[in-house]
Design a protein around this ligand. Sequence first.
Ligand code: ADP
Length: 925
Amino acid sequence: MSSQAAYKTDPGPQPDEAEGSLPAGREAARPSPRLDPAEAARVTPMMAQYIEIKAANPDCLLFYRMGDFYELFFEDAEIASRALGIVLTKRGKHQGVDIPMCGVPVERADDYLQRLIGLGHRVAVCEQTEDPAEAKKRGSKSVVRRDVVRLVTPGTITEDRLLDPARANLFLAVARRRVSETEWRYGLAAVDISTGRFTLSETDAPGLSAEIARLDPREIVVPDTMHDDPALQALWADLRAAVTPLPREGLDPASAERRLKAYFGVATLEAFGAFDRAEIAAAGSALLYVEKTQLDSRPVLQPPAREGAGATLAIDAATRANLELTRTLGGERAGSLLATIDCTVTPGGARLLAERLAGPLTDVAAIRRRQDAVAALVEAGDLRERVRAILRQTPDLARALSRLGLGRGGPRDLACLRDGLFAARDCALTLTLAPDLPDELTAAAGALRAVDTGLAASLEEALAEDLPLLKRDGGFIRVGFHPELDEARELQQDSRRYIAGLQSRYAAETGCRALRIKHNHIIGYYVEVPQAAGEDLLKPPHKDTFVHRQTMAGAMRFSTVELGALEAKIASAADRALRIELGLFDDMAERLLRASAELAASAEALAVIDVTAALADLAARLDWTRPKVDTSLAFHLVGARHPVVKAALKASGTAFIANDCDLTGSDSGHILLVTGPNMGGKSTYLRQNALLVVLAQMGAYVPAREAHIGVVDRLFSRVGAADDLARGRSTFMVEMVETAAILNQATPRSLVILDEIGRGTSTFDGLSIAWAAIEHLHDVNRGRALFATHFHELTVLAERLPRLSNATLKVTEWNGEVVFLHEVVPGAADRSYGLQVARLAGLPSAVIERARTILSELERSDRERPKRALVEDLPLFAAPMRQPEPPKAVPPTRDALRDALDALNPDDLTPREALEALYALKAKR
Ligand code: ADP
């Protein structure tokens, strides 16, 4: 999503709108007016209030509370009605023109918010901040006070229904500081308000896009100077997240430091670790944005933790997309590596797995620590099953705690913490009983044990069985928990019994068996009788008891003094009961929030256990192996499988062919040049080797019989332009920009996957670029690499480059049909089998036949001018790398025929001489 579309309030033409034509009603779209003093006198007080609040929140749709609805006006109404498919009406006039209006009912507001946020809008929620009765006291024309209580933006939501349970909901604040005339250092602060996570990292300019891609935020806030910097425009435009500019004021490191200290109540930031100034500035702007969007509420955030630079495997955005790590090229989760390996059973576990997959480690000790934990649960199948059974019952602790912290929690959030705490206790107990627990699990069990078990017990004691969503509905405290509450409730019960008694008495006194006592919100309790009986009540003796209120079709309604008194008593008992319940709720929430650090650590520990058990389960079920990970430059896989393709093939009953790969080097990596027919399995093979690195370095087992991987520092994967259509930018330029990034950044410790590079241009152009790129990889970058190509000419490079070898996908022909064996073997493919594939694809046989004729003609001329000779002739190896010389011109070959021809001048010849010259030439042939 482009940054433009993301945060301006008008998303522009909707997909179903034809370009250039405005939808009906759009012509009338006028921006919400601003109020100048002269005009203020002419609009209604309510409209004046609306316009004022809207002017303070110009970049948001304003949800303006009126009774049971949030109303939208002017342009906001038009945008929302289009986006939500709700009716656009009008209300009053502004400057003689109808004011467009639409509204959403308060109790369904979440659904509408979700859709608007999903479309990239921001919403300001404006509530009535006083009782309408209070406003009336100031005069009949006075308007109820209203104020924006919250900005709802994609990166700051907390409601369960608005959030994806399996995905972190981050917003990212980015800041930078200049380190030289041309260089900047970037600080990134990632905040997940829904769980309280707060992490900082820093990077240089080339690493910025990769770092943003790793964090995968829903929203990014940057100082307006960065937002408008031409050098960053392409980056912002490329992001999936909304980019919001913040005014510069208050974003400097000094204000940021003050804000951080105040938020966490500390005198110095040293306790949290050593931060770069750019990181502190980013953390400060993150907190500023929290304040801006949450207004009076303060989410419980964990103190900022630093994610060390270089601690994670650097994977840039294009590589992530290309390898389909967390989503497919089409943007779906299903079909990605994450979806394939996700066997977690808790939302927190799913989020942690996604985070680990997005940021595999580079520290061998940390990787082994995770592997040890997975290994322990692979071995102990019983223990794993017991733990997973407990985890299945574990709700989303972290998000419930965050809602309580923001004052948006309900009774079900308390229940969530209760159940989570019990699960934590059971999990800790189960793990503690196991012998030889590895460090990672011991630490997790320790965090679980650190929480006061009394908390869960007291929640259990206090909470009723069936819980309402909202605390204001009451009824969530268990009977018998609080004597005063029970008393108030009994009074309510008694009153109800009393009403039943009163109804029988009135029925007897009036002789009307159809008499009923009912209740509604407008007139409260009343007596209702059929019309005929009602006429009786208007007369003595009943007239003194029954006071007429309403006449309905066929019925009459009355009130009585007794009913009035009773109503007051019931209302006060209900009020009292609710007040007590809300008080108890606040007590419980406060107790939990006091323990928020331990609770957050528990939630994290449960997530770690879930991820570990899930990876162990996967490894055990699918027969995956623990890879040997060290600091060497080894890359040796035996019997490796592509987890996603294998799963897809299994679903269709086809077997996957496992393959080996060896790129091991001593001080530089090895390059494997893979040729083979289209559809042979080249791309699958290349990607599977990259995916196994990601899995190994995130601490998981890998789908292979044996695996030895020396830690990779950067992973690059590129696909030639022709394959890149899914990204919607199948241009050769993009391919070259991305290839350039690899050749400039890959180190001897990197793994580079290049698939069909150079295919997006003419054959010789493409071949030359691929050729030069391989040489550069071999001589300059010196990393481990896989290079798949159609240019069979490149296979001769193996003779010249010592660390390059050829591999091909095995194919046989059977009855004239090509059969792909998907087996990678040493050697070069002799041809592409393009025609066979074209026939399989159903190209008309006439076309195939014609292509065959052309091919044999081309092959014949190729044999006469063999490529190898051409290759030898070209100054390809003459020029040492890094000192390119201009290519020497190839001298034209001389021969007798050519000399004779050159000697002729047709203008000087008679017709007879010309004929003789022709015979002479023919004779020289
Ligand atoms: P190429 O890149 O050579 O055109 P792909 O890697 O796209 O080929 O593979 C084409 C198809 O072949 C895949 O969609 C998959 O169904 C199948 N395939 C690839 N590798 C294997 C394998 N190792 N075992 C079984 N089927 C495979």
